[in-house]
Design a binder for this molecule. Sequence first.
Ligand SMILES: [Zn+2]
Length: 428
Amino acid sequence: MSKFMTLWTFFTTKKKFNSRKEIERNQEKKMLKHVKKIRNKSKFFSMHWDGFEDSQWRDFPLIDKSIMMENLQDYLTVNLDIDNAKNLALKAEKTRDFEQKTSGFTVGFSSGTSGSRGIHIVSKSEQEIWAGYMLARGLDGSIFGKHKIGLFLRANSNTYESIGSKNIKFQFYDLMRPLDDLVKELNENKPEVLIAPPSILRYLVDIKIKLKFRKIVSTAEVLTSLDKSLIEEYFECIVHQLYSSTEGEIATTCEFGTLHLNEDIMVIQKEYVDKEKGQFFPIISDFKRITQPIIRYRLNDILVEKKEPCPCNDAREGIAEIIGRQDDVFILKNKNDGFEMIIPDLIRRAVLRLSGEIQAYMVEQISENEIIIQIQPDINDLNFAGFDELWKAKNIIEPKLKIIPYTFVPSAIKMRRISRKFDFNHNN
Ligand SMILES: [Zn+2]
């Protein structure tokens, strides 16, 4: 496999930007070129942008996962048999063999938080570019230095393997396998850099693993501040983050641990949830993605702007926190016969106020008026003032809170500390 694109991307990825102007100029130039290409190659996008000039890309109609999946055949810029691709991806999940390829493209599945499956198709050169970019952003030190990197993944996406070489060794830990086996292998292999979901990092802390890492990177799940501080304390190093989804690599941490939006490969527009607090849904336009374009794609995560500048002086915008998926917004009855949305952050704060001794928690809203809270360790004298204040402030009819012992065990299932387990229809 050619590593040319990987190396090229690694060397041409700018480490830092000096000004917003520089970032915006680059984005405008790249977007214009990209939009022109996609309009020519994708039937879906040429229809979707009908009546818009290329230069109006900032105002193109939005897309999301369901629009993308419903139109997939026309959506792509390449001619691929979608039914065949779907079968390949299904087979890959069953056999754990993720080298599924069709006409040179890799086909993967993603599971949505609401259960809807996404299919993502990438070309060989897109994978190589991706690898080079992640190396440039994720690894300190030279690409020519020796690196031993351990990766915990839910699916063996062969993108990782594609950057294994004499100097860079990637060890793959498949989360579908028993956790004990993975820990045993981790102890034998001793990677220097560990990339894993926060639930696994946290598990390694809980079992008091006797390993130290040069660098720890949290990925794939939302890293809560509680988990972050416990992991950092145990391993005595900063937890870095790669905030990515199947739709793209959205943000990465700098040397100070601040998440910066990857505005050098995509444009991130904002749909504010609360402007004063700087909370927004990102609308991403990735100008490196060609096979399955991501342009004006609205994500379901809520990001929070970082108010203070980061000491690294990078002009790429800083993110204070990712406060959760839209699915995790709680929906409770208010006293006016309507419903009120409560963002996960508010639930999280109320939970942490139950006791200063909480080490871990999971909160599930299981019906309109019932919430189950798992906490660790067992604590007898809990203080519910945080919840009482929240219900009162939002004019909510007090739901039933049930406290039960903590039973969560990390696995291939994505961990969400705060989740809603019933479907809500706004027309109810
Ligand atoms: Zn920074």
